[in-house]
Design a binder for this molecule. Structure first.
Ligand SMILES: Nc1ncnc2c1ncn2[C@@H]1O[C@H](COP(=O)(O)OP(=O)(O)OP(=O)(O)O)[C@@H](O)[C@H]1O
Ligand SMILES: [Mg+2]
Length: 265
């Protein structure tokens, strides 16, 4: 999938970010190439969500730069940033669903923001129906988020993003809190969207199973720095102790009991 001769869509160059005395990103660099699925893997609190927010101009780096198609995101005007956010959709870590709104209105939310007058109400309804069908939730328009499982809520979040037909999707922990079966399902969905809708995907996660199953390339961040970049097979056999330690570490959210329960060998 990855064509390294292609121009990167995003270039992250020596990005640094601190909060008070806490140096979160200490000079992170990597590229995102058209149509690849890139996983950014790193422990909790290492700055993954911050990185994604910087990519769509919601947060400024302290230094370094983020280029979208060669243009610095921090130099973009407000209309350019709005256009960037239409072309680059984000699936937020906590879903960001409105509990009081049925699935239909939750999915329509992004369309209202980006296509307020450009699409008729009928076209918006069609987009909602289409996006829900793509994520395997056809017919759930009238349900409230509270009646959905965790995995279904994540997929509503994905539907909301893809209804806007973005070229790039940034997924923030798309499998957080899901069991291995639903994790695999989300991995398949990310791959299917990438293939069928030509979507470039950046997935930040601490879920190694997801990264190894779904990504074309993996960037490993540890202690504020990129410590490994490459295809899953390369990362899996990486000899650097900072990569090895993370890759071989136990995911604290999963116990042997969970694995037995869900039939993971
Ligand atoms: N607005 C903020 N003000 C102060 N500190 C912040 C702010 N946003 C993030 N941080 C801190 O920056 C660090 C990185 O945050 P971030 O949310 O990017 O981590 P993460 O890698 O996404 O973690 P997780 O896997 O738990 O989602 C954390 O220690 C967090 O407390
Ligand atoms: Mg996060």
């Amino acid at each position: 999938m990855t064509d390294n001769k292609a121009q990167p869509i995003f270039s992250i160059r020596n990005v640094k970010k601190s909060f008070g005395d806490s140096r979160v990103l200490k000079g992170v660099s990597f590229d995102v190439f058209p149509q690849e699925i890139l996983a950014v893997l790193g422990p909790s609190g290492c700055g993954k969500s911050i990185l994604l927010k910087m990519m769509i101009g919601l947060i400024e780096p302290d230094s370094g730069e983020i280029l979208f198609e060669g243009k610095r995101v921090s130099d973009m005007t407000l209309p350019e940033k709005t256009e960037l956010r239409r072309r680059v959709g984000m699936v937020f870590q906590y879903g960001a669903l409105f509990d009081s709104m049925p699935v239909r209105d939750n999915v329509k939310y992004g369309l209202r923001e980006h296509y307020a007058n450009a699409l008729s109400e009928k076209e918006k309804e069609d987009r909602v129906r289409g996006a829900l069908a793509v994520v395997g939730l056809a017919g759930t328009e009238d349900l409230l988020p509270s009646s959905l499982s965790g995995g279904m809520k994540k997929r509503v979040g994905v539907a909301r993003t893809i209804a806007c037909r973005p070229e790039v999707v940034l997924y923030d922990e798309p499998t957080m809190g899901l069991d291995p079966i639903n994790t695999t399902r989300i991995g398949h969905l990310v791959r299917a969207l990438a293939r069928e809708m030509d979507i470039t995907s950046v997935m930040v996660t601490h879920d190694m199973k997801l990264a190894f199953e779904a990504a074309d390339r993996i960037v490993v961040i540890n202690e504020g720095l990129v410590v490994g970049v490459g295809p899953p097979s390369y990362i899996q056999s990486h000899t650097d102790p900072r990569v090895k330690g993370f890759v071989e570490g136990q995911d604290p959210e999963w116990t042997e009991e969970d694995e037995r329960l869900y039939g993971v060998s």
